[in-house]
Design a protein around this ligand. Structure first.
Ligand code: PLP
Length: 398
């Protein structure tokens, strides 16, 4: 058989339905150095704790010797799991190292949850708009998606109630802190109302929380684990707080689920890169992580304010904006006449990029929306890029 002549039916059904992520395609376009890109979702690389990680690597070699390079256990580095557990405990969440499985980023956590929970056509409740990577992960298991609209308070509670009354959803996927893509956080009341509704079902609620530590204003809200401990699965990640290259994330799950996740993880990759786990565990031993977080929060808070001000100055008056209290994203709703997918083509010609909102919807689409990332550009670039984008919007409205 020649390399490109395989029949479609030799390829599994579950992968045939998958398309390359639209965002990855957009990011390719925006790699051009002359383009000011608000499209990515990357942490700012100037804020990586480079020197401290270098030192931690050297110490890990010295302290662990050959063991640093040996196979390890599936659950993950005990020191690292204890460190994560202690952070939860300091917020009054009764989580121990045994409740934690270290994964290859939280993206692998999503894949493992799909493996463990989903048969073909099983229903998963998704935020609409929501995180594309979760959609892609669950799509591989041929999930049936049930979209619930996101508003400024969080999930639309009426829609959730109606959906739960009609469908048996195995999983409810949420990003309640500084959501990707909208930057919205669920209010305290919204969380409590969701927990009350989910408690009446057999569903598991996933709180995917890669941005939770990046709060730069307002007050922390309840973790779903404290509201619904038996039915909550927590996902965490060091990608946005330390560095994504480590590919380190984790799952907190009830013991019965954890046992299945460990089997699925063994089959997938035996264990997460133990080398990077040891380095990170060493980093936490030697450094003040909260001090590092404070630096990130201050920086991202400033970037968000600069972008918000520039949008108010350069975009039409009827532009609506979310008001993120943390994380990396702002969500913009433009005049109804505008399709941001079309606007994207004009914006690229003017050397500025964003992600058109359309890509994030599983249900009813709002074509006049866009996601803007503020973490990577500096003040000058934000002001210049937003002005250029404003000009493109005004030209489209002419
Ligand atoms: C909501 C959400 N979940 C999960 C991930 C994946 O992160 P990780 O690098 O930990 O795999 C991302 C990455 O952007 C994300 O935004």
């Amino acid at each position: 058989m020649s390399s490109n002549s395989f029949q479609d039916d030799t390829i599994a059904e579950r992968i045939q339905v998958l398309r390359p992520s639209f965002i990855r395609e957009i990011l390719k376009v925006t790699r051009d150095k002359d383009i000011i890109s608000f499209a990515g979702g990357l942490p700012n690389d100037a804020l990586f704790p480079l020197e401290q990680l270098k030192q931690a690597s050297l110490s890990a070699f010295e302290n662990k010797g050959e063991q640093l390079l040996q196979y390890s256990n599936t659950e993950g580095d005990l020191k690292l799991r204890n460190w994560i557990a202690q952070r939860y405990q300091s917020r009054n969440l009764a989580i121990t190292a045994d409740d934690i499985l270290i994964t290859n980023g939280s993206q692998q956590a999503l894949d493992l949850l799909g493996k463990v929970f989903l048969n073909k056509n099983d229903s998963v409740i998704m935020e609409n708009p929501g995180y594309l990577g979760a959609l892609q992960a669950f799509r591989l298991y041929q999930a049936n998606f049930l979209p619930i609209a996101i508003n400024h308070q969080g999930m639309d509670l009426d829609q959730l109630r109606q959906t739960l009354a009609i469908h048996k959803a195995k999983l409810i996927y949420t990003v309640p802190n500084f959501q990707n893509p909208t930057g919205i956080s669920y209010s305290e009341e919204n969380r409590q109302a969701i927990a009350q509704q989910v408690a009446k079902t057999d569903s598991y609620l996933i709180q995917d929380d890669p941005y939770g530590e990046l709060r730069f204003s307002g007050n922390a809200k309840s973790n779903f684990y404290s509201l619904l401990p038996q039915q909550t699965i927590l996902l965490g990640s060091f990608s946005k707080t330390i560095a994504p290259a480590f590919r380190l994330g984790w799952i907190v799950a009830p013991q019965a689920i954890m046992k299945k996740l460990i089997i699925a993880k063994q089959a997938a990759d035996l264990h997460t890169n133990s080398f990077s786990q040891s380095i990170l565990a060493q980093y936490f031993e030697d450094n003040d992580f909260d001090q590092h977080l404070e630096k990130l929060r201050t920086h991202y808070g400033q970037q968000k304010t600069i972008m918000e001000k520039a949008i108010k100055q350069y975009f039409p008056n009827n532009t609506q904006l979310t008001n993120p209290e943390g994380g990396l994203f702002l969500w913009c709703t433009l005049d109804e006449k505008i399709s941001t997918s079309k606007l994207f083509q004009d914006a690229i010609k003017q050397q500025v990029a964003f992600v058109p909102g359309e890509s994030f919807y599983t249900g009813a689409v709002q074509k006049n929306t866009m996601r803007l990332n503020y973490s990577c550009a500096d003040k000058q670039m934000i002001e210049k890029g937003i002005k250029q984008l404003g000009d493109v919007i005004f030209n489209t409205l002419k």
